[in-house]
Design a protein around this ligand. Structure first.
Ligand SMILES: [Zn+2]
Length: 302
């Protein structure tokens, strides 16, 4: 059985069983060391791959998206990216860079890749779902099909993002370690994921909107997500939470609940940015080259 990818712990407390796709029952456990919630045992790769094929992105289910490839969905997702980047004060970082490179891991149809291209970035993405990669390529986006952990890139990035991706991973620790390797000195990591801990998620018990098995494998709270990242060479800059899961569409109830979620750090989604710490050799090398501006990029804490 798998150890906890955050703290390496091997003691888990059983939370509940729930039926997932294929009418199969999955069991959720909580790590005694760091409170990460995870499926045990992890589903097989074949089981996981099965749920992203064909209609995951085109049919309305409690798991998938309602026509993910439509222009309406693209615009809505782009609006959320814009808001998220604003909440993270991303502009302050972006304006220090010239012709920067970005990589989006688990980029789905490549909407973030396209959005960053519009912002003047050399943007690319990596994705495991074939229909998504085909769609992105038809739209002339630089998206490759593959497993991030097995992929070598010819250059280092200024920004690596994982939008609602980390909860799908069996080994988020390995991803964060490789991201550290693939970023330039002082480069930025942005992660968003659904959030446990003291959040609106508590109101829904096992019916919480993100308890979708076996697509989602790990459920973080703010503390263990920050731990995962900061213990692997990053300084967390800014953290925001949003979303309540209450109401739908333009419902007033939803507006009020979402407002409280964001204002009082109760959201069931979490968004954070972190900067790669400079390792001593890189710092020395940069100083030799006279690139003093990297000092300006050192993370500010809040
Ligand atoms: Zn743990």
């Amino acid at each position: 059985m798998n150890a906890c990818p955050v703290c390496g712990g091997k003691k888990f407390r059983f939370l509940f069983d729930k039926e997932g796709s294929g009418r199969k029952i999955f069991s959720l456990y909580k790590c005694a060391g760091c409170a990460l919630e995870l499926l045990r045992p992890f589903p097989s790769d074949a089981e996981i791959d099965g749920c992203y094929q064909g209609d995951y992105f085109t049919k309305r289910t409690d798991r998938g998206y309602d026509d993910y490839f439509s222009e309406k969905v693209r615009l809505e997702i782009e609006r959320v990216f814009r808001l998220n980047l604003r909440d993270l004060d991303f502009n302050d970082y972006e304006k220090t860079l010239e012709k920067p490179f970005s990589l989006d891991i688990g980029c789905a149809a490549g909407y973030f890749v396209g959005y960053m291209h519009q912002r003047g970035w050399n943007s690319c993405g990596i994705e495991v779902s074939e229909p998504c990669v085909d769609f992105a390529k038809k739209n002339n986006l630089n998206v490759i099909k593959g497993d991030y952990l097995q992929t070598e890139f010819p250059y280092k990035f200024d920004l690596i993002t994982m939008w609602a991706t980390i909860e799908h991973l069996k080994n988020p620790d390995k991803f964060i370690e490789k991201i550290f390797h693939d970023l330039k000195p002082g480069g930025m990591l942005i992660v968003s994921t659904c959030r446990r801990g003291i959040s609106f998620s508590k109101l829904f018990g096992k019916k919480w909107r993100f308890y979708n098995f076996p697509e989602h494998l790990c459920f973080f709270n703010s503390k263990n997500l920050k731990r995962l990242i900061s213990e692997r060479g990053f300084s967390v800059n800014k953290t925001v939470t949003y979303g309540s899961g209450i109401g739908k569409g333009r419902d007033v109830k939803k507006k009020i609940a979402d407002f409280f979620a964001k204002r009082f750090f109760l959201g069931d989604m979490i968004l954070l940015s972190a900067q790669k710490n400079l390792v001593p050799e890189e710092l020395e090398c940069l100083q030799k080259e006279g690139l003093k501006e990297f000092v300006v990029l050192s993370p500010k804490r809040n």
